[in-house]
Design a protein around this ligand. Structure first.
Ligand SMILES: [Zn+2]
Length: 104
């Protein structure tokens, strides 16, 4: 059975809405920029709350800093040091009271 044709769209459609201006709001409390100053997308109250939120004094959220999970590419890290695994295992065996393994 061939598919049925869809009914025609109405001839006259309404004009689409047009954006003429935009207002930024605080990222946490949605306070508009017209009533408060926004720094890095946050108002002063929310920034103070973020900085005072942690127990150890280090802020959970640092305005302007992108967390690692939001990065497209991981941050560059120093390469891990090269470890001689055989020597490391022998050190652990000696420290535990075992003789190093016979190899060869
Ligand atoms: Zn806010």
């Amino acid at each position: 059975m061939p598919p049925k044709k869809l009914p025609k769209a109405p001839a006259k459609t309404r004009r689409r809405a047009r954006v003429t201006r935009a207002v930024f709001v605080c990222g946490l409390c949605e306070e508009p920029e017209t009533t408060t100053e926004l720094v890095n997308g946050l108002c002063a109250d929310c920034r103070a709350e973020c900085l005072a939120d942690s127990e150890d004094g280090a802020p959970h959220v640092v305005p302007g800093v992108v967390p690692d999970t939001f990065l497209a590419v991981p941050r560059r890290q120093a390469p891990a040091p090269v470890v001689d695994v055989t020597r490391y295992v022998d050190e652990i065996r000696r420290a535990s009271g075992y003789a190093p393994k016979e190899r060869g």
